[in-house]
Design a protein around this ligand. Structure first.
Ligand code: HSE
Length: 308
């Protein structure tokens, strides 16, 4: 086998209260990537989607992790990567992480699975460094592990998969770009103790609620008193969508990753579609174009489609 095609799914980082420590893998959308083993020590990037992303592998979110992998291997081989992005860069649903995670999972398969998932996360974080200037794993880990993941620490890496009850996810993606680096830059560097107490109560409540399948506890815990008040001003209609979706039966939700996407969790598919209607009616008045996904939690993460 010297060629593999994979799907690299979108992810929801933070899950409202867990800034940089919680993430959720989505069934849709996903990028399609083909990775080929070559006998020169280099990484070659091709794109077929028209997004103006860097072709220099050291500056590309799929390329940088593969260069790190090659450095760890020290063998005469390399990778040629063909990327078809369906997750728009700057969407807040883990576009850069999908490229990074997809590349390392595919490469590892071609090498006979010599690296652990944790090592793959470590390589893939170099893609996030290229994309946003900071290594964070709250999109990468759920993309590679599937489901919900807690990143207790990145130095040293400590990833804990968290079980969850069935969840439907409605994602509104306003067609405006928010760069993660900008959305991080505007955050205050210090927090008040009273806010920190409320936030870590919510994170613990969310993890407990997910593991116990307690939808009410999940809903009560989906509150962010630190990041959301600052970032939500970048997203047209955010407050209205949040309150209308809650009224219409959402478990809860908020900003996906660094935005501009907004996600809402529901217990069933009918409610998830009702969330899409609420989002649509708000955005049709705002007149910003948008895309809505009604999807589920993807428990598999990056999936292999074809080997040749
Ligand atoms: N935790 C990161 C942030 C995720 O919110 O900046 C970026 O997708």
């Amino acid at each position: 086998m010297n060629e593999i095609t994979i799907h690299a799914p979108a992810t929801v980082a933070n899950m409202v209260c867990g800034f940089d420590v919680l993430g959720l893998c989505l069934t849709e959308p996903y990028d399609i990537m083909k990775v080929r083993l070559i006998d020169q020590r280099q990484v070659i990037i091709h794109t077929t989607d028209g997004f103006p992303l860097p072709m220099n592998p050291a500056l590309n979110t799929a390329g940088a992790p593969l260069l790190e992998m090659l450095a760890a291997l020290n063998q005469d081989l390399g990778f040629e990567v063909f990327i078809t992005k369906q997750i728009k860069p700057g969407s807040g649903i883990g576009s850069s992480a999908a490229s990074a995670a997809g590349a390392v999972v595919a490469a590892n398969e071609l090498l006979g699975n010599i690296f652990s998932k944790e090592e793959l996360v470590r390589f893939a974080m170099f893609g996030e460094k290229v994309a946003s200037g900071v290594k964070h794993a709250d999109n990468i880990a759920p993309c590679i592990y599937g489901g919900v993941t807690l990143i207790r620490s990145i130095f040293p890496l400590d990833i804990i998969p968290i079980s969850s009850p069935p969840l439907f996810v409605t994602v509104l993606h306003p067609q405006i770009e928010v760069r993660t680096s900008d959305a991080r830059e505007i955050l205050r560097k210090e927090v008040l103790l009273k806010d920190a107490i409320r936030q870590w109560g919510n994170i613990a409540g969310l993890v407990a609620g997910l593991m116990m399948g307690d939808y009410d506890l999940i809903g009560r815990s989906l509150e962010d008193v630190i990041i959301e008040p600052v970032r939500s001003i970048l997203i047209p209609g955010f407050d209205v969508i949040k309150s209308e979706c809650k009224k219409a039966g959402a478990i809860g939700g908020g900003i996906s990753g660094s935005g501009p996407s907004i996600f809402m969790l529901s217990r069933d598919e009918i409610t998830a579609h009702a969330m899409a209607s609420v989002m649509k009616s708000v955005y049709d008045q705002i007149r910003v174009s948008y895309h809505i996904y009604v999807t589920t939690v993807n428990t598999q993460g990056v999936s292999i489609q074809h080997r040749a």
